[in-house]
Ligand binder design. Structure first.
Ligand code: IMP
Ligand code: MG
Length: 171
């Protein structure tokens, strides 16, 4: 059984999402916002973030997967295409965690081909140690130097997404 070391409490997560939601609300007045969650990890964050944003917006999801166990395979597989039309819309990508940045790099490339008016990134966790691609993260709830974390949508081999807090996983 792995060890779960508490890292970010439920209260700290919710307080930070309120702040980021307020910031997004200010920045997207008079915009045409679509929140685009990256499945599967962002599903819980997306649900809470959306409810802290005070401007009208639409919701979509993109499916992408790169991880096996605690290591990125480097190969990104698209598992779901967006449903909405992105052309001339203001797209805010919602990610659980940016690690090497490879997943987001591929997704940003793909979305740019759809000619949105703007494209920004919001992540729950910005993890720095293994970053390989230059990614311009506009909104980050928390920064982390290294480690492998689970809970609040984040998985290890598809498990532990349902935990309400974020834990450092020691295998
Ligand atoms: P990247 O392409 O290396 O940036 O990997 C991003 C994806 O890897 C995220 O969307 C997560 O699904 C997964 N990932 C990266 N680090 C962690 C972690 O610490 N815990 C759980 N999943 C992670
Ligand atoms: Mg994952």
């Amino acid at each position: 059984m792995p060890d779960f070391i508490p890292l970010i409490s439920r209260q700290a997560i919710q307080a930070r999402i309120r702040e980021i939601g307020e910031q997004i609300t200010r920045d997207y007045q008079d915009k045409d916002l679509i929140l685009v969650g990256i499945l599967k990890g962002a599903f819980i964050f997306m649900a809470d973030l959306s409810r802290q944003i005070g401007v009208d917006h639409e919701i979509d999801f993109i499916g992408a997967s790169s991880y096996e166990g605690t290591h990125s395979t480097g190969q990104i597989v698209f598992t779901k295409q967006p449903d909405l039309e992105f052309k001339d819309r203001d797209i805010l990508l919602v990610e659980d965690i940016v690690d090497t940045g490879s997943t987001l790099c591929k997704i940003v490339e793909f979305i740019n081909l759809l000619n949105p008016r703007s494209l920004n990134i919001c992540t729950l966790i910005d993890k720095h140690e293994r970053r390989k691609n230059k990614i311009d993260v506009k909104y980050a709830c928390f920064s982390l130097e290294k480690g492998f974390i689970v809970g609040y949508g984040l998985d290890y081999n598809e498990k532990y997404r349902n935990m309400s807090e974020i834990y450092d996983l020691k295998l």
